[in-house]
Design a protein around this ligand. Sequence first.
Ligand code: UD1
Length: 416
Amino acid sequence: MDSIRIQGGIALQGKVRVQGSKNASLPVLAATLLVGECSFIRNCPRIADVHAMVSLLKSLGCSVCWNKTGITVDSAQVRRGEMPKEAVKGMRSSLCLLGALIGRCSEVVMEHPGGCVIGERPIDLHLSALGQMGVEFEEKEGRLKAVSARLHGACICLPFPSVGATENVLLAGVMAEGDTVLEGAAREPEILTLCRFLQQCGAWIEGAGSSRLVIHGGRRLYGTDFTVPADRIVAGTYLFGCIGAGGSILLEQAPREEMETVLCAAEQMGGRVCVSKEGIYVQAPGRPLPIELATAPHPGFPTDLQSVVLAVEAKGEGCSRIQENIFENRFRVAQELQKMGARIERSGPRTVSVHGVESLCGRPVEARELRGGAALVVAGLMAEGETLVGGCQYIYRGYENIGRDFRELGARVASV
Ligand code: UD1
């Protein structure tokens, strides 16, 4: 199931349930390490990154068990913080295990984590923040060793609201001695979810959801039963998919309160959006209208949905300008879209102009990273004829079954 075949040109109709959030469930699963007893995490998506996180937790000594509704993690037996090389490779989110393991074991050895090939992804902010909390780092033969004789609170100011660094400070901070004040914290909804999980376990955190977090460390944490919210990026992918392919759909349980900027962009692109108790209704009356878009930390437009908008605007009714301010390599998908007839050109170091064309042509294309891959599937829905998207293992890192979901919306999509 490495490729997805799409017969394009069919408007989407119907409803689809939005899976649980990848970017929320991974740090919550990492946080179960701090508890030292059983946690039950509901609504985790069945995606490759969650399976990889489960393997990592097992390799650290956790007993982990999936059932229909969620994952039970018992972290009572965790003793050492050494992560196996292969388990870390390619999974950027393994980085949040750093803060959790430092909190739990005082010593961690890990590979430099990878992730999507969308930019350099340095970890200096993580190291500097944890360093201020008493963690010492040493790099040996490509492996990172972190030791903390006494993890303590600190006043930390992040120069950029890094999501990963904020998660690591939270995870280490709840176990540290004394208070940690984090200024310039990321405000992504996934940070709020992690705070809620930790609070439910007994942690004392003030300012959840704001850019100033106060973490009162050292409280005993208890196992809990927690539900991960729906995935705002998956919901956004299907929403823009509808704007590109046309039609009218309902995104059941979509986390509307996390998607304000996305819904605003969808309306600018001509989508009619209606938010209700059931979820988000979207209707796309015609070709997408052009847009000026710039990605930014939350509450700005999410970098994870930029590629999908790029694909949709390839068939827009005019010229769009898209600026990527978070990850420098997120325009790589443009090359594949060009094979399908898209007219995209660089107009600055971080900006592309997209000259909408009347129709895209189905072609064999190759996914090279997660969100770019999803954007190619969306382009396939919009194109005339057949598109074959290869490299789908990247897409399965974040989407449970993008083919099934679009099929439920009436599209002709098959995994091959
Ligand atoms: C990022 C996104 C997040 C998204 C996730 C998965 C932002 C702000 N973050 O989180 O919304 O869900 O990818 O795709 O949109 N940086 C450094 N040094 C560091 C850490 C980060 O320079 O130590 C830079 C990165 O190169 C990047 C920016 O900060 O330009 C954002 O990084 P960060 O928020 O940490 O990335 P993720 O946690 O992966």
